[in-house]
Design a binder for this molecule. Structure first.
Ligand code: ATP
Length: 350
């Protein structure tokens, strides 16, 4: 286990920067998730840390060692790939032993570590199976055991759950997180699945176009997004386009006058989280914003109901209500009133 430091990392392909000026510190035992849309540079960053890609600039330090120029096998980092990358002709035990043989450990030590790693991922007794005789979830756990067997200082996970079905993903997510906490492993995971990121991480890094947009806890990113990109990427929001007329007053391009929390006069967007909005069949009193509208779309999502309300020809608001016994669930075409406090709206100036 060790601390990981990434300092002003960049990777250029021709004129294009896949990663630019990325600096991060991951504390000993911390689980950090790199989150962002496809092509934002998260896999490139992880592969630079693993040693598979040489950076154009910047450095990677694991513990006290600058590993920037070292090959992958000299970094003592364990990597789990999206495709698992198991050797199909080797048994489970041989797959897990592979990295240990590369490191020229003794036979007895290898046997001990393989057994230990397979027990950790709850695959004891599967030693002699071939990968094709395992389910997707089991193959994923073999890949994890292989990474753990070398007792890595840093565990690197590259979208390790994306080949699993939705239900299994949820289970394996919890398994990996519990194991990581038990072993106190410094871990970096890449994903574009925000639910996965929110469930597993101690801290998250949101990236876009090769750069870091914000680093913080789940709560930081959700409640205090640094910019519109983060607000849009983490969780859902309605964005009203318009103008801040004065601090605390926003006029949408559709002509609505809305109370908001501060804001600098000028063009911008007002974002409102769907769960902060109330919906009823009578106007709201005691809320800074109360507006009439018409329901245009209702979707039943299980624990909550997703409702879209037309407020003006150019403004449509998303509302989420908890699926409760006796709760208010309007139908498409029904006139309603929506309301929210000024503090629930966040202004992003252009
Ligand atoms: P995804 O979620 O789709 O895997 P990502 O955030 O992991 O995306 P990267 O794989 O890091 O994205 O790629 C970042 C950018 O760098 C992309 O625009 C990609 O096309 C580009 N890129 C990656 N590898 C190369 C390469 N060898 N040559 C040129 N461009 C590359």
């Amino acid at each position: 286990m060790a601390r990981l430091d990434i300092d002003r990392l960049a990777k250029r392909y021709g004129d294009f920067y896949a990663v630019r000026d990325v600096s991060l510190q991951v504390a000993d035992g911390e689980f950090l998730v790199l989150l962002g849309p496809s092509g934002c540079g998260k896999t490139t960053t992880l592969r630079i840390v693993a040693g598979f890609i040489e950076p154009t600039a910047g450095s990677v330090t694991i513990g006290d060692r600058d590993v920037t120029m070292l090959p992958p096998w000299k970094r003592n980092s364990g990597m789990v790939f999206q495709s698992y990358a198991l050797f199909p002709h080797l048994t489970v035990a041989q797959n897990v032993a592979f990295g240990l043989e590369m490191r020229k450990l003794g036979k007895a030590e290898i046997g001990k570590r393989v057994a230990e790693a397979l027990a950790l991922v709850r695959l004891a007794g599967f030693d002699d199976r071939l990968p094709r005789q395992l389910s997707g979830g089991q193959q994923q756990r073999v890949a994890l055991a292989r990474a753990l067997a070398i007792r890595p200082d840093v565990l690197l996970l590259d979208e390790p759950l994306s080949n699993l079905d939705a239900k299994l993903r949820q289970e394996v997510r919890v398994e990996i997180r519990e194991l990581q906490q038990k072993l106190g492993l410094t871990t970096v995971m890449v994903t574009h699945d925000q639910e996965e990121a929110l469930t597993m991480a101690d801290r998250l890094v949101v990236m876009s176009e090769g750069s870091v947009r914000q680093i913080g806890s789940q709560r930081d990113l959700y409640e205090r997004p640094a910019d519109r990109f983060v607000a849009d990427f983490v969780g859902r929001s309605t964005f009203f386009e318009g103008v801040v007329e004065a601090p605390g007053r926003f006029r949408t391009d559709g002509g609505l006058s809305l109370a908001c929390d501060d804001g600098t006069p000028g063009r911008g967007a007002l974002s409102v989280r769907p769960e902060r909005v109330g919906i009823a069949d009578t106007p709201w009193t005691g809320l800074d914003n109360s507006l009439p509208g018409t329901v245009e779309f209702v979707s039943y999502l299980g624990a909550l109901i997703d409702i879209h309300v037309r407020l003006s020809p150019r403004d449509r608001l998303i509302v989420h209500v908890a699926n409760r016994e006796g709760g208010f669930t309007p139908e498409v075409g029904q006139p309603v009133h929506v309301g929210w406090p000024a503090t629930a709206g966040r202004v992003f100036n252009e």
